[in-house]
Design a protein around this ligand. Structure first.
Ligand code: DAH
Length: 343
């Protein structure tokens, strides 16, 4: 009988079940209701008393061994099964993961950032809820000044009432924060969302995106501004891009200009896009007004600088031939899918 016990022990030690099913079979064979151990415990009753001690010891050892073996097999196979996943068939196709795409506004914003970052501009940001000082007053829009009407403003109710808060109408507010907070030379661009209380149509929206540029140093001139913008245009629109500057007015720059890029006048859509001129307006710019420098703690006798601001939607609409600004905000998957993947 003892001989038989030894055989069972050997069998257990050699057992190598690989799947949960095989382990279960082994368990039933040794520990099941009609299993080996049950049978041996039955035999135990019939063993003569003088052998009971030895047989009982061996029997318990066999039982412990069976339990240990099965537990050990269970842990090792479950880690293997976890690692391979439940599907054992490695030839099955993988799970397809749909990749998202970047929003066209993000694509254009990044392209513009990369161009300016490449010539030493840092990237800065400011708050979307802004105070009157940074959005208007410091930028030379005195209270009651009619230029404030150029931009229809959303006012933000604020409980303390200490200061007037607005949703920033332009990213020029970030200029003020940067100049207040740092010393020249300053060379930065500030991308961000802006808000205007305007009727929503195919051409205008109450939320849109701008990129502001600011360069302050000793002896910065209008020629530097022109060179930088020409460089930007040739990087963004292609090496043959032509720009022109038209005199304009902004309270925070003197002189001020609007910048047009040559679009062409060949097709009917060129006529539409450029209103029959062939030129596309892409941004406002100018030399930072000495009043603004003073307001921000920079001595206009020592420093000068230029600033510019462009709308990202307008540029993205032209780049991708989108004729309705509302498309950018609708999150229609059929629209978004057409743009470059994020990876
Ligand atoms: N802030 C102006 C706007 O939203 C754009 C602008 C014009 C920004 C001239 C500038 C600038 O920095 O110099 O219409």
């Amino acid at each position: 009988m003892i001989e038989k016990l030894h055989q069972y022990k050997e069998e257990l030690e050699k057992a190598s079940a690989k799947t949960s099913e095989e382990i279960e079979l082994l368990r039933v064979r040794f520990l099941g209701q009609k299993g080996v151990l049950k049978e041996l415990f039955g035999v135990f009753k019939t063993v003569p008393n003088e052998h009971k001690k030895e047989f009982g010891k061996q029997l318990n050892e066999l039982k412990n061994l069976a339990q240990e073996k099965i537990n050990q097999l269970k842990t090792s196979t479950s880690t293997i099964e976890d690692a391979h996943g439940a599907a054992e068939d490695l030839t099955l196709p993988g799970n397809f993961k749909e990749l998202g795409s970047r929003h066209p506004i993000s694509l254009v914003r990044q392209e513009i950032i990369d161009i300016f970052a490449g010539i030493g501009f840092s990237i800065s940001e400011g708050p979307e809820v802004e105070d009157d000082w940074h959005n208007f007053t410091a930028l030379n829009f005195p209270e009651e000044h009619p230029a404030r009407d150029m931009q229809d403003t959303f006012f933000v109710e604020n409980k303390s009432g200490d200061e007037d808060l607005v949703l920033r109408t332009h990213t020029s507010s970030v200029q003020v924060r940067i100049m207040e907070g740092g010393k020249p030379p300053i060379r930065t661009i500030s991308p961000g969302k802006v808000f205007r209380n305007e009727a929503i149509s195919a051409r205008s929206h109450c939320i849109f995106h701008q990129i502001e540029g600011l360069y302050i140093d000793k002896a910065v001139s209008f020629a530097d501004l022109m060179q930088t913008l020409q460089y930007f245009a040739s990087e963004f629109f292609g090496p043959n891009a032509k720009i022109r500057m038209r005199p304009s007015y902004f309270p925070f720059t003197e002189p001020s200009a609007e910048v047009d890029v040559w679009w062409g006048l060949e097709s009917e859509s060129d006529y539409k896009i450029t209103k029959g001129t062939g030129w596309l307006e892409i941004m406002g710019c100018g030399m930072v007004d000495p009043n603004v420098l003073t307001n921000c703690g920079i001595d206009p006798n020592e420093y000068s600088g230029y600033a510019f601001g462009m709308g990202i939607e307008r540029i993205a609409m032209n780049r991708y031939g989108i004729d309705d600004i509302r498309m950018f905000f609708e999150n229609d998957i059929r629209f978004l899918r057409q743009f470059k993947s994020a990876f």
